[in-house]
Ligand binder design. Structure first.
Ligand code: A2P
Length: 283
C-alpha cells in the first residue's frame, strides 16, 4: 500500500498468493496413522450432493519446467461428510511419492485446496431397490463414502438394519471409522436427525495383519458364514438385503462374486438393483 495515495501498486497486487480456481479453505486436519489422514474444508454454497458421491479435489501441480505454467493436480475423493453438513470432509491415504498426496498430506487449516463442484458416483441410495437390511463393505480408505452415508437420515428411514464392515491390515487403521461410529451413536444432533435410527447401525471391524478381536478378510468371513453367526443374521438374500462395496479392486471383484452367489444383482443410478460397487480412490 502507498501511504501517500492509499492505493495498492500493481506489483504488490501481483505478489499476492495466487487464488486457486474453485478454491476451498481447509478448516481442520487430523492425522490417524503415518499413512492416513482426514481433513475438512469449507463447502461451496452452491454444492449439492447425494451422500456417497465423490468429487475431484487437489492442488496446483509443480510449474512446467519449460513454460513455468502450473496445472491443477486432481484426484477423485469420496465426500465423507453427510449432505446436510456445512463443511466437507475427506479421508485420504498418504503416498510418499504420490504426485498429489505427497503434498496434500501437509495441508494446514487456512490453506486452500481445489474442489471441482461436480459430484458423481454409484454408492447412492437411488441405485438400490428398497430392502430391509443394508450392508456397507469397506477396506482401507473405502470407508469414506460410508462415513457420509451413516450420517444420512435416509439410511435409517429406508432400512431396518445397517451393517458397516471395515477391514484393514492394522488396528490403528480402523480408528477413523471406530471414532466415527462412536460419534454417530452418541451425538445428540444425529439422534435427533435420524429419530434414533442410529441404533440400527451395527459396526463390524476386522484386521488381517495385526491381532484384534475379529480377524480375517470380510470375504472369507462371508464365505465361511462366520460373519452371519457373529451378527446373528440369517445370510444375505436379494429379497431383504442390499449392499454397497468400496475398497481395492481385488476386494470389489471378490465381493461382486460373493454377492452374485447370494443372488444379488448389480445396480446403477439409471437401473437400481441389489448392490453397487465403487473403487476406493488412491491419491
Ligand atoms: P490382507 O492384509 O489380507 O491383504 P490394502 O491396504 O492392501 O488396500 O488392504 C486393506 C485391507 O483389505 C487389508 O486388510 C487386506 O487384507 C484387505 N483386502 C485386500 N484385498 C482383499 C480382497 N481381495 N478381499 C478381501 N479383503 C482384501
Amino acid at each position: 500500500m502507498n501511504k501517500m495515495t492509499g492505493q495498492t501498486p500493481l506489483n504488490e497486487v501481483s505478489a499476492k498468493p495466487v487464488v486457486l480456481p474453485d478454491a476451498q479453505t481447509v478448516t481442520h486436519v487430523e492425522h490417524w496413522t503415518d499413512r492416513l489422514f482426514s481433513f475438512r474444508t469449507t463447502r461451496p454454497a452452491s454444492l449439492r450432493f447425494r451422500s456417497g458421491e465423490f468429487v475431484m479435489i487437489g492442488l496446483m501441480g509443480d510449474p512446467d519446467p519449460k513454460t513455468g505454467k502450473q496445472k491443477p493436480l486432481l484426484r477423485a475423493y469420496s465426500i465423507a461428510s453427510p449432505s446436510w453438513d456445512d463443511e466437507l470432509e475427506f479421508y485420504s491415504i498418504k503416498v510418499q511419492d504420490g504426485p498429489l498426496t505427497s503434498k496434500l498430506q501437509h495441508i494446514q487449516p487456512g490453506d486452500q485446496v481445489i474442489l471441482r463442484p461436480k459430484p458423481v458416483g454409484t454408492l447412492v441410495h437411488d441405485a438400490l431397490l428398497p430392502g430391509r437390511r443394508l450392508w456397507f463393505f469397506a477396506t482401507g480408505t473405502g470407508i469414506a463414502p460410508f462415513a457420509s452415508l451413516i450420517r444420512d437420515p435416509q439410511t435409517y428411514e429406508d432400512y431396518d438394519q445397517v451393517i458397516l464392515t471395515h477391514t484393514c491390515r492394522e488396528v490403528a487403521e480402523l480408528e477413523y471409522g471406530r471414532r466415527l461410529v462412536e460419534h454417530v451413536k452418541s451425538d445428540e444432533l444425529l439422534r435427533e436427525l435420524t429419530e434414533g435410527g442410529v441404533d440400527k447401525l451395527v459396526y463390524y471391524p476386522t484386521t488381517t495383519r495385526e491381532e484384534s478381536p475379529k480377524m480375517g478378510r470380510v470375504t472369507d468371513l462371508l464365505t465361511s458364514g462366520e460373519i452371519f453367526r457373529d451378527l446373528v443374521v440369517d445370510g444375505i438374500s436379494p429379497e431383504t438385503d442390499r449392499a454397497m462395496v468400496c475398497g481395492s479392486i481385488g476386494l470389489n471383484m471378490d465381493l461382486k462374486e460373493i454377492l452374485e452367489g447370494f443372488g444379488l444383482e448389480e445396480g446403477a443410478n439409471s437401473d437400481p438393483k441389489h448392490y453397487v460397487v465403487e473403487k476406493a480412490f488412491v491419491g
